[in-house]
Design a protein around this ligand. Sequence first.
Ligand code: FAD
Ligand code: UDP
Length: 378
Amino acid sequence: MQYDWIIVGAGMTGAVAARTLAEAGKNVLILEKREHIAGNAYDELDDAGVLIHRYGPHIFHTNDEEVWQFLSRFTEWRTYRHKVLAEIDGEYMPVPFNLNSMVIAFGFRKAEQMKKALFEKYGEGNDVSITELRSAEEPLLCELAEFVYENVFKYYTVKQWGVKPEDIDPAVTARVPVRLSKVNGYFTDKYQGMPADGYTAMFASMLDHPAITVRLNTDARDLLTFSEGKLLFEGAPFGGKVLYTGPLDELFGYAFGRLPYRSLDFKFETLKKEYAQLCGTVNYTVSEDYTRITEFKHLTGQKCPVTTIMKEYSKSCGEEDIPYYPVANEGSLALYARYLAEAEKYPALVLGGRLGEFRYYNMDAAAASALRLCRKHL
Ligand code: FAD
Ligand code: UDP
């Protein structure tokens, strides 16, 4: 079979691109080194029959109409609004920190005063990043900012990134703003939900096309050779294009050094009770060495007499670890740019996805990027 495209990785980026290219008449081969499709969104039944996410909790949310319509061709959706609580010294407060959290933290009277000051400065209903709130000068807002910084962001961020909030890209903490409303959901996107039969089923449906071939358990580095501007597939020159969604430093043998990523250890526990916690995720923002506990049944709506929870432990990504989060800073972006310059020597090579583009993409952003790059190359 003559392939027009080889796609490395069967995650969101690879799958969306594969389907789009196949529907445009291209023959696509996907190489996936894992034993399954769906990348980090992969879900499966555990030994107790509970539907779990092997690589961390995934909740779909987007404002992107095109992405929503595209994915909705391959799945029905379970309506689900993800709720997160922070456990702070025995109290549970909604995250993002909002007007309800403020009443729990400060009591009704003081919370009312703070609310007034917040509305005057930032406007009712708006979101404010912790970085912005910390620059406020009004004493009441300083007190609020200090509380939220100390109790929601500081320790969680140190656990997750190994450094304090002020030492990472402010866009990272801005993902979880302080919300000047009583809306308790984690996300505010127009479309939010979980694939009704799970992510793996959605991906299987997306990849079910006569022009798509998927080879699992196949590391692309064993079949593709990039050398001196030439691209070989199984030892012979390849005339098509390659979309690579893995880590760019790995593709070039770490020639310029390793790009920094954070990795995670996941600890799953099945408990003999119907539910273990109040909502989908509880963040441990002032205690414990894991960042959060997710209970999948809240996300999936599955009914069964037992439940499975998962704790996430963050760590720097070593040689044997899976790179989950690109760490963006001046140095890493400069290093990525060097790899990018190397990649540009191969006109047939297209980079995509959270690892290939070294960007902190949510699933919808990965899908949007895949659709964009297909438009560009078709
Ligand atoms: P991936 O899903 O990582 O897929 C890349 C694939 O390429 C992998 O399957 C990998 O095995 C394969 N690959 C790599 N190198 C090679 C090689 N050499 N040969 C063959 N195959 C290779 N997003 C949300 O929208 N909502 C959430 O709730 C959410 N929660 C998350 C929680 C965690 C803990 C993490 C880590 C991420 C979360 N995300 C979430 C982000 C989401 O996982 C990504 O946006 C999405 O997976 C990106 O898709 P991708 O295809 O770019 O990458
Ligand atoms: N964050 C925090 N406390 C929280 C939630 C988030 O400090 O209770 C910070 C932390 O730095 C985290 C970032 O905000 O890495 C983004 O959080 P998000 O939940 O979006 O992370 P993800 O789900 O991608 O791991």
